[in-house]
Design a protein around this ligand. Structure first.
Ligand SMILES: Cc1ncc(COP(=O)(O)O)c(C=O)c1O
Length: 414
């Protein structure tokens, strides 16, 4: 059952929307850098700490409850992405988890091994793999991005991924320009070649429904602070692979899955908050199974955000001096919009917008390979304005107006 999207009800779930900046309501367009946190996530974290926390493996209630909370978050995360609870491991963030996984996997690589990364990805899904490969004398190959269409150029896919390829690392969506990649197609080629697929779902997770198996991901990693939760990283690793993975682990620490990947004491209150964030998402729709319910909720979010993003992109396109960096019509995208304004650095644009209550960030957002290829990396990168389900049409129109003022002012001054 899909429900209509009630943005006012959604907004009530985000206490940070009450914030004022210089007397104006704050408009958060910085979701791709980290969304605001939903009330159920905040309450779950507060509840955990107020009731009394503990470490694991104790025979007393706070320890037992902590284990129950972690188990229930593993279930919810598994339902979110279509994996199994014992395939879900937590960590500090996506980058730290990816460093740990890459170092473990690379123990089986040598000079005859190759890995494939992309020019469109956030460097967190590039550098950990490249560094681990380089240490083993393995070679890195790159899937190029087409700078005109801002999509991956797959014309050479068959030749790039071959029997030497051990791993293909690809993002589900670009955190800079929003392009959603044809991950299933890339994964199919990887599977033919016998390579593993690591999917960076950090940017995609708050915007589109995901199913790990449909994507063909062996490893899928995301970060709850992008999907209305706290700063906790999450990975799903296919059971057989996780069982075999020679992780770096302390001798007395658990050797069983998924705990073997979770070095040290985890962020228990944060993990409680992840479950709260998923409860918030699940509340937006219905469905027969927990996975169906979350898929349906994410479909509802995607539909709402698509309409808002189309309005936003159209408004920005009409402003003289604005260059929009977006894949063409027909390419599926997240509602993340990257642009530049002629005659102004991204930093200046963001400052102007912040003065009017619109919070958006400038930079390369670690999509630095793409920024370099487009020739803007050393020139401040982009302004990135990303929509979230708590944003409204009025906010989009207000953002466009605030930018128009700066564009007009710039022209009048010349
Ligand atoms: C697409 C993408 N991948 C990876 C990361 C890194 O995530 P984390 O901050 O959890 O390490 C980010 C963070 O912005 C991102 O947007």
């Amino acid at each position: 059952m899909q429900r209509t999207f009630d943005v006012s009800a959604v907004r009530e779930q985000f206490p940070a929307l009450d914030r004022l900046h210089d007397g104006r309501p704050v408009v958060y367009f910085d979701g791709p850098g980290g969304s605001q946190v939903a009330r159920p996530a905040i309450e779950a974290m507060r509840g955990y700490m107020e009731r009394g926390g503990a470490n694991l493996h104790g025979a007393f209630p706070t320890s037992i409850e902590t284990e129950e909370i972690i188990a229930s978050t593993r279930h919810a995360m598994a339902a979110f992405i279509g994996a199994e609870p014992d395939e879900i491991a937590f960590g500090a963030n996506m980058t730290t988890l990816t460093f740990a996984i890459s170092r473990a996997l690379a123990r089986g690589w040598d000079e005859n091994s190759e890995i494939v990364v992309t020019e469109l990805d956030h460097r967190a899904n590039v550098d950990p793999w490249v560094l681990a490969a380089t240490e083993k004398g393995a070679k890195t190959r790159w899937l190029p991005v087409d700078p005109e269409t801002l999509t991956l150029d797959l014309s050479n896919l068959e030749a790039t991924i071959d029997e030497s390829t051990k791993l293909v690392a690809v993002g589900l969506a670009s955190n800079a320009v929003g392009t959603i990649n044809p991950v299933a197609r890339i994964a199919e080629r990887a599977r033919e070649a016998g390579a593993l697929v690591a999917v960076d779902a950090v940017h995609a997770a708050p915007h589109i429904p995901m199913n790990r198996d449909a994507l063909g991901a062996d490893i899928l990693t995301c970060s709850a602070y992008k999907f209305f939760g706290p700063h906790v990283g999450v990975t799903a690793i296919r059971r057989g692979l996780l069982e075999e993975l020679p992780v770096y682990r302390l001798d007395p620490a658990p050797a069983y899955i998924p705990d073997k990947l979770e070095t040290g004491t985890q962020n228990h209150e944060g993990i409680a908050g992840v479950k709260g964030a998923l409860d918030f998402i699940a509340s937006l729709s219905g469905g027969d199974s927990p996975h169906e319910r979350l898929l349906s909720a994410m479909r509802t979010i995607e539909e709402y955000e698509d309409v808002l993003a189309a309005r936003f992109r159209a408004g920005l396109r009409d402003i003289p001096g604005v260059t929009l960096y977006a894949a063409p019509e027909g390419v599926r995208k997240t509602p993340t919009v990257a642009f530049r304004l002629e005659g102004r650095s991204p930093g200046e644009v963001c400052e102007h917008l912040a003065g009017r209550g619109y919070f958006a960030a400038g930079g390369d957002f670690y999509a630095s390979t793409l920024a370099g290829k487009l020739g803007i990396r050393d020139d401040g990168g982009w302004v990135r304005a990303g929509l979230a389900p708590y944003n409204t049409e009025e906010e989009v129109d207000g953002f466009v107006e605030a930018l128009e003022m700066l564009a007009d002012g710039g022209r009048a001054a010349r």
